[in-house]
Write a protein that binds this ligand. Structure first.
Ligand SMILES: NC(=O)C1=CN([C@@H]2O[C@H](COP(=O)(O)OP(=O)(O)OC[C@H]3O[C@@H](n4cnc5c(N)ncnc54)[C@H](OP(=O)(O)O)[C@@H]3O)[C@@H](O)[C@H]2O)C=CC1
Ligand SMILES: O=C(CO)[C@H](O)[C@H](O)COP(=O)(O)O
Length: 497
């Protein structure tokens, strides 16, 4: 099979994401070259969906590159890490100066920076592009976070805007910034995704054990929440999962037969690792990553069961999957107000998680000189991606009004919304502690909120301790400079600068 150069764009890597992305591109009228390491996937795509557009199948990397018009645009959609390097190593020698190579996978932004430099030396434009929306989004319109040079974006931008989902006439794709900026923002997106899911899971856990309601009844609660401030894709699919029955025994809730150990591919962990380097407290994302790790610590969990007691005075909780009204720690008469408290706690904690994520985007942008516009990120996350949510429009507005907003939490709308729910939030955290139902996302978000708003923090004592054991010095509230106490002598103070 020898291809003449007719294809406007190529996609290599035709698994879940690449296959649907290629279909999306072809459906928009682009002649699309398709290639996969294992050729059967290429044949399957063209055999099943060839009628949707003009595909140019290629059996080898050489045929694939030869089928593209010059300068070439190629999107790589393979497993992140070593597989991406392997594909780049195979393609790069076949490319020419001016060609554009796009990595649409979930790459670590540091890898993207490294690859961009290496390929730039060969005259190839490398663009790291974050794509979110899963299988369905890739086909019907994802949210796209393109990084890379202005030059690459000039050619790539219109294609990505065509295939991205549209919200209120605006495509959910915009140039994020140079080199690793797109993958950095995608990484933080996924970190927020972790935090959001953890908070939803905590809300479910508290409601389930607090009220003793069935998952099906709780699905109704989440459905009702989805018509208010919490409206989002994740709340919508929570209702779907809770409503689902076990396919092999439909009267049993699916959620009760799924092993309670959350897995992870790594983007949440990368977010936290990077946040530690940047010094940005993304406690909501960190709690979510650690909660997944704890859930997966099967041996320790087994060892602790029946050994570590819980609170003695808590009434018996209905068996998971038991009858409605089997009993929880909340009095039946208080059920409605408990549901409303949990909703308020979820919303406030979610605002904190997003505020922390946006802080991290700003910190990364400053560190790497990317010039990322946070409001533009909120705009492209309004549709297509996993964290799409009604309140992202509010976040967009907040940054439009004040681009240098110090924290989303001090925007008047969000400050008011969180203040309105804070008493309920505190009640829920107290209740979780008293009942022994862990809610690390809710409680750490509340601790962050209190840490942010208090005039004086406990860190003054930490500084005093550091000065005592290590002469690390401290600053004073009443005059500039660094100071140290002669702790082993006469307790006199000396000034260092
Ligand atoms: N699945 C999702 O919901 C999302 C995934 N992503 C990201 O998109 C990318 C693609 O994801 P997905 O479609 O799920 O596929 P996978 O991450 O499961 O990767 C499978 C693809 O990678 C190819 N591949 C693996 N190793 C190599 C190699 N050494 N050389 C060449 N090709 C290789 C496979 O080829 P072969 O068929 O020959 O094995 C196949 O095409 C990933 O980076 C993922 O993180 C982003 C957003 C959402
Ligand atoms: O990128 C995504 C969505 O935007 C994926 O859904 C994400 O990679 C899932 O991550 P994990 O398996 O770690 O939960």
């Amino acid at each position: 099979m020898t291809n003449t150069p007719t294809a406007q764009i190529g996609v290599t890597g035709l698994a879940t994401m690449g296959r649907n992305l290629a279909r999306n591109i072809a459906r928009h009228g682009y002649v699309t070259a398709v290639h996969n390491r294992t050729e059967s996937k290429t044949k399957a795509l063209v055999g099943e969906f060839g009628h949707e557009g003009t595909f140019v199948p290629a059996a080898t990397a050489e045929e694939f590159v030869a089928s593209l018009t010059v300068p070439r645009t190629i999107i790589i959609m393979v497993k992140a890490g070593a597989p991406t390097d392997a594909v780049i190593d195979e393609l790069a020698p076949l490319l020419e100066e001016g060609d554009i190579l796009v990595d649409g996978g979930n790459a670590h932004f540091a890898d993207t920076r490294r690859r961009e430099v290496a390929l730039r030396e060969r005259g190839i434009h490398f663009a790291g592009v974050g794509i979110s929306g899963g299988e369905e989004g890739a086909l019907l319109g994802p949210s796209i976070m393109p990084g890379g040079s202005e030059h690459a974006y000039a050619k790539l931008g219109p294609i990505l805007a065509d295939i991205a989902v549209d919200v209120d006439g605006t495509p959910c794709s915009t140039h994020v910034g140079p080199d690793g900026a797109g993958h950095f923002v995608k990484m933080v997106h996924n970190g927020i995704e972790y935090a959001d899911m953890q908070l939803i899971a905590e809300a479910y856990d508290l409601l389930r054990h607090g009220l003793g309601w069935t998952p099906e009844r709780l699905a109704e609660v989440f459905e009702s929440w989805n018509s208010g401030d919490l409206e989002s894709f994740l709340i919508e699919i929570t209702a779907r999962v809770l409503r689902a029955g076990d396919p092999s025994q439909p009267e049993r809730p699916l959620v009760d037969v799924i092993v309670d150990e959350a897995e992870q591919k790594g983007t949440g962990r990368w977010t936290v690792q990077t946040a530690l380097d940047l010094g940005t407290p993304v406690s909501g994302i960190a709690e979510a990553v650690f909660a997944r790790a704890l859930s997966g610590s099967a041996a320790q969990r087994r060892a602790a069961q029946g050994v570590l007691p819980g609170p003695a005075e808590v009434p018996a909780v209905g068996e998971p999957g038991g009858e409605e009204g089997a009993g929880g720690f909340v009095d039946a008469a208080d059920a409605e107000s408990f549901v409303e408290d949990v909703r308020a706690a979820l919303y406030a904690s979610k605002v904190v998680a997003y505020a922390q994520g946006f802080d991290m985007i700003r910190a990364g942008s400053v560190e790497y000189g990317w010039g990322i516009d946070p409001g533009a990120m909120a705009t492209i996350w309004r549709g297509g991606c996993i964290i799409r949510a009604r309140f992202l429009d509010r976040i967009r507005e907040a940054y439009e009004k004040q681009p240098d907003l110090p924290s989303l939490l001090v925007d008047p709308y969000f400050a008011g919304a969180v203040a309105a729910g804070q008493e309920a939030w505190r009640r829920v955290v107290v209740q979780s502690v008293q009942s022994g139902i862990p809610a690390p996302g809710f409680s750490s978000a509340l601790a962050y909120y209190d840490g942010l708003r208090r005039e004086r923090s406990s860190a003054a004592l930490v500084q005093g301790l550091r000065d005592l054991f290590g002469a690390h010095t401290y600053r004073r509230v009443d005059r500039p400079g660094s100071f140290h106490i002669d702790w082993s002598g006469d307790l006199s103070e000396s000034q260092f600068s």
